[in-house]
Design a binder for this molecule. Structure first.
Ligand SMILES: [Zn+2]
Length: 192
């Protein structure tokens, strides 16, 4: 699928919605992104995983690692397409991402980090740091959507299926509010 096909699929599944939204950060935006809305359909998850995996040929990946919870399903599908393990990091009691459940990486194992959406790429950056402290070698990172607008600055090669520049506004200076429409809260968690 090309970027337009991906955009159409995500819009059809309401993983990308247009309107006037209040983010969990309190800021307003005309776009709402929730990848779970498309990943709830296993055939779509599998096909997105196959397309994302195809962006990383010949890297000798030994394991796909995702930050929980958002990255787990797409990480599983990328691992399926690459024929590798797929594991995840999750928050420990101190709030830091960690490998738990007896998950391990081999010393020097070549790792691909996969997430659903990059806004700032913070979870992927933290995952890379955790994996490298465990002895893994992170060779690349991928996401379904890169909505950073080009401001990622991750320390490895990055690939995404869809690139978006999603703006957000302070409510006191929101052009959507000025049209008179009230902002809506689209879900329990908005990846702001
Ligand atoms: Zn507004």
């Amino acid at each position: 699928m090309d970027e337009l096909d991906i955009l159409t699929l995500l819009e059809n599944c309401k993983a990308i919605r247009r309107g006037h939204f209040e983010l969990s950060s309190g800021r307003h935006s005309d776009t709402y992104v929730q990848c779970a809305a498309v990943l709830q359909y296993p055939p779509h998850a599998e096909s997105l995983g196959r397309d994302l995996a195809a962006k990383f040929p010949g890297l000798g990946i030994g394991c796909v690692i995702s930050p929980a919870l958002g990255g787990v399903i797409i990480g599983q599908e990328v691992g399926r397409a690459l024929g590798t393990r797929a594991i995840f990091v999750e928050r420990d009691a101190s709030g830091r991402l960690a490998l738990r459940r007896n998950f391990r990486v081999e010393q020097g194992e070549r790792i691909l980090v996969i997430e659903d959406v990059w806004t700032t790429g913070g979870s992927t950056r933290e995952t890379i740091s955790v994996i490298e402290s465990e002895g893994g070698l992170v060779v690349a990172a991928g996401a379904i959507i890169d909505r950073s607008g080009g401001d990622l600055n991750l320390p490895v090669r990055t690939e995404a299926l869809l690139h978006m520049d999603v703006r957000s506004y302070d409510p006191s200076d929101c052009p959507l509010c000025r049209t008179g429409d009230a902002a809506v809260r689209p879900g329990s968690h908005f990846r702001s």
